[in-house]
Design a protein around this ligand. Structure first.
Ligand code: LMR
Ligand code: MN
Length: 431
């Protein structure tokens, strides 16, 4: 459009158009050369510099080259620095620069670019929203909140600002208030609002404030819109083709040998855990993901993300046994941990992050007193048995009640989903 053109572009408009055609017809490197030639003869033409940046962007994608991406980021910045850069082009090029910086993982640099944008375009809702996201990416949640609030002051129905503000409010623990942002936010259907995490947290906030029917409706809607695998299976980091069901047998999970090892050594494992519980209480740390409604729940982690924790040596026999289970200790999307739960504990319904693992629970101390202990996964409520392994898929909604009179102790061992290839196990990003 005209607002993207500067008077410095006018003398070479035909040549610019030709170079742009090369870019559109995927002759990326020819296009880059053409734009470079135009820069050499007309160094103040914003469109020539912008064209080169676009060519570098395409080329960096084609060649998967970070070096070219760095050059591209530099080039977008040079467009904005030109005296006569049209305002709209400046906004566009800086937004692209920030986007590429984010893609490259340069989150602080991206935030600086967004701050520059917000100084120049302080009333632009998209710019200020992007600034909010920039703050979120570097963990400055309160700053992010302020950005989204600023957008909502001038644009009260802005869906993007609503869902992001709701998301931060929810993870900060204000369930009730988060609903007032998330619910209208997702219903705008605006760009950027249809993400699983917004439905995930909205449903959770509704559930925790006793609006359980509305929570179910949101999960159902999320599944219908393809954001969840199903209303119960709401993990967000998935390999789509994997077969899923709430509970698995050892045969189905292809872990009969692991189960045999765990079940025939369960007393040794239990005794080691009990010993460190008594003398080294500090190894068991409180569950910190705010999954718990009431009570007390502690965990002692031995492996996570495929790596051994130093304190594994406190339970040497257990650790040596686990070392014989490559699909467990090598599970980069899981953990191995003791889990102790005190009477009076209720764990909110929740969902793990990924469908790439299955979760084995080895019962170690399972009290039968009072109302007992129970786990629900999807629609099915079960309990543990001492010396027996229970296998479930924690990417499905699950919930736990500890209403016995004494503590419950289990060993949690995550294993790779049996359908994953060795290549996938190597290459999946750890969680
Ligand atoms: C869970 O995996 O969320 C719980 O079942 C863990 C536990 O200790 O019961
Ligand atoms: Mn869980």
């Amino acid at each position: 459009s005209d607002s993207l053109i500067s008077e410095k572009d006018l003398p070479i408009l035909n040549l610019l158009n030709e170079a742009e055609k090369l870019l559109l017809s995927k002759q990326t490197s020819k296009a880059k050369d053409a734009f470079q030639k135009l820069i050499n003869s007309n160094p103040e033409s914003p469109r020539a510099r912008f064209g080169k940046a676009e060519a570098l962007n395409k080329q960096s994608e084609e060649e998967k080259s970070n070096k070219l991406l760095q050059e591209c980021i530099q080039a977008y910045g040079e467009v904005a620095q030109l005296q006569n850069c049209p305002v709209e082009l400046k906004k566009k090029t800086l937004l692209l620069k920030a986007d590429r910086q984010t893609f490259l993982g340069h989150l602080k640099a991206a935030l600086q670019t967004k701050l520059q944008l917000a100084r120049e375009f302080p009333t632009d809702a998209n710019v200020v929203n992007q600034l909010g996201v920039g703050y979120l990416y570097v963990g400055k949640n309160n700053k992010a909140k302020q950005s989204f609030e600023r957008v909502l002051q001038s644009h009260p129905g802005n869906g993007f600002a609503l869902v992001h503000l709701g998301f931060i409010t929810k993870i900060q623990g204000d369930w009730k208030k988060s609903i007032d942002f998330l619910l209208p936010g997702i219903h705008t259907l605006a760009e950027g609002t249809q993400q699983g995490k917004f439905y995930f947290h909205l449903g959770d906030a509704l559930h925790r404030t006793n609006r359980t029917e509305e929570a179910k409706a949101i999960y159902k809607l999320g599944a219908e819109r393809g954001l969840f695998r199903s209303k119960y299976q709401r993990s967000l980091y998935n390999v789509e083709r994997l077969k899923s069901r709430p509970y698995w047998t050892a045969q189905q999970a292809k872990v009969t040998d692991y189960v045999k090892k765990l079940e025939s050594n369960w007393k040794i494992i239990r005794d080691e855990a009990m010993k460190v519980m008594d003398v080294k209480k500090g190894l068991f740390v409180k569950e910190e993901e705010s999954l718990k409604n009431t009570g007390e729940w502690r965990q002692f982690t031995l492996f996570q993300r495929g790596k051994k924790e130093v304190d594994c040596k406190r339970v040497p026999k257990t650790c040596a046994l686990l070392e014989q289970m490559p699909n467990a200790i090598g599970c980069k999307r899981g953990q191995i941990k003791f889990s102790i739960m005190m009477p009076g504990t209720h764990v909110w319904p929740h969902t793990g992050p990924t469908n790439c693992r299955l979760r084995m629970h080895l019962g170690l101390v399972i009290p039968q007193t009072g109302d007992g202990v129970r786990i629900r996964c999807a629609d099915d409520i079960r309990t543990w048995e001492e010396g027996k392994v229970l296998i479930f898929d924690d990417s499905y909604e699950h919930e736990v009640w500890q209403n016995a009179e004494t503590f419950r102790l289990i060993l949690i061992v995550d294993v790779w989903h049996p359908d994953l290839s060795e290549r996938e196990k190597r290459n999946l990003m750890p969680i």
